[in-house]
Ligand binder design. Structure first.
Ligand code: KDO
Length: 336
């Protein structure tokens, strides 16, 4: 079955399911609104900490915020479908996951496009995002509340620097690099020069430990939070993706709220995202010395060589063909 047909069929079914779900919640209107969130991150990840400490308490008068971490409720990458079908209310989703449904979201997955955390916020709040947000709402029943900062992704390998020194994409040839499991992620791995392998986040530690993969990519706070430094020996500071997530909520659940409740949810999402962003930035700045103290080699490659290679691969790819006219220029103009 052609991919597009399957996707359209899913979207039509999902829209119907979301309507049913919203009628379902109306019958228990006196109860608090149920806000179950599923995410693959641990509860000590800074996005999780921010949601637990800021978001939940801020909406507790009218909503029951119930987060499920470590992908215990839904597997990584299945959360959007769960929201669309009315089986889940919230997730911390990614542009890569949204690009499965809407290829144009791949513009936010391309290496070396976002420049830093402030640039991500400027892009998310700019009118250029409106058609992206509207499509996710109208066709998937998913509302993007805010942008969350994950950090600059770096290449993290099992081999020591003596065994393999990575200065350019050519040095990653044949390196079996775990990337998350969607096409947009796999393409980023290829653009880096590596041989990408799809794998869920929750399986990465064991795969690094056993040698099933040579490495993985994630920001430094994630390398520390997930203890990947215990089973790897080097970090190459490619900073190939200033990575973001979106705090997402079911549009049906959102539409079932009063205007005051919606305003409170939006404010809580903004506050939590800002709190998490500042904490994550602080950790990113502090963690190189921690990782070095664990015996890891942390070094900068020829970043210009990576940037040129990655950008060229994207511009020549089918992904760039799906990007709305002028969007890349607008994104660039919002940066430094
Ligand atoms: C990962 O699987 O490597 C990734 O960093 C991808 C992100 O989009 C996000 O899903 C994240 O994992 C999880 O939140 C775990 O930190």
């Amino acid at each position: 079955m052609p991919k597009n047909f399957a996707r359209r069929t899913f979207l039509a079914t999902a829209a119907a399911a979301a309507v049913t779900a919203s009628f379902g919640t109306a019958s228990i209107a006196q109860d608090k609104i149920q806000l179950r969130l599923s995410a693959p991150s641990s509860e000590t990840d800074q996005r999780a900490v921010a949601l637990i400490e800021k978001f939940g308490p801020a909406v507790s008068e009218f909503a029951n915020f119930e987060p499920h971490w470590n992908a215990t409720l839904f597997a990584q990458g299945t959360e959007l479908e769960a929201i669309a079908r009315g089986n889940l209310e919230m997730s911390i989703t990614s542009a890569q996951e949204l690009a499965v449904f809407f290829p144009e979201f791949s513009i936010f997955t391309a290496g070396y496009v976002h420049q830093d955390a402030a640039h991500q916020v400027a892009v998310f709040n700019d009118p250029l995002m409106d058609p992206f947000k509207k499509k996710a709402e109208d066709e998937l029943g998913v509302k993007l509340l805010s942008v969350m900062y994950l950090g600059r992704r770096q290449v993290n390998l099992r081999q020591s620097k003596e065994e393999l020194t990575v200065m350019t994409p050519a040095d990653l040839a044949g390196v079996n690099l775990r990337m998350p499991g969607t096409d947009a992620w796999q393409f980023l791995g290829k653009a880096l020069g590596a041989s990408p392998t799809p794998m869920a986040f929750t399986e990465v530690y064991t795969a690094l430990q056993s040698g099933a993969v040579d490495g993985q990519d994630n920001p430094l706070p994630t390398v520390v939070d997930a203890k990947f430094y215990e089973v790897t020996k080097q970090i190459v500071l490619t900073s190939h993706l200033v990575d973001l997530n979106y705090l997402a909520i079911s549009k049906a659940t959102w539409d079932g709220m009063t205007a005051e409740q919606q305003a409170a949810v939006q404010a809580a999402a903004d506050d939590a995202s800002e709190f998490g962003r500042q904490n994550q930035l602080q950790k990113e700045a502090d963690l190189v010395s921690f990782l070095e103290a664990q015996g890891m080699d942390v070094y900068e490659p020829d970043v210009a060589a990576f940037r040129n290679h990655v950008q060229q691969m994207y511009l020549e790819s089918e992904y760039a063909a799906s990007w709305p006219e002028g969007a890349l220029e607008k994104i660039n103009a919002l940066g430094n």
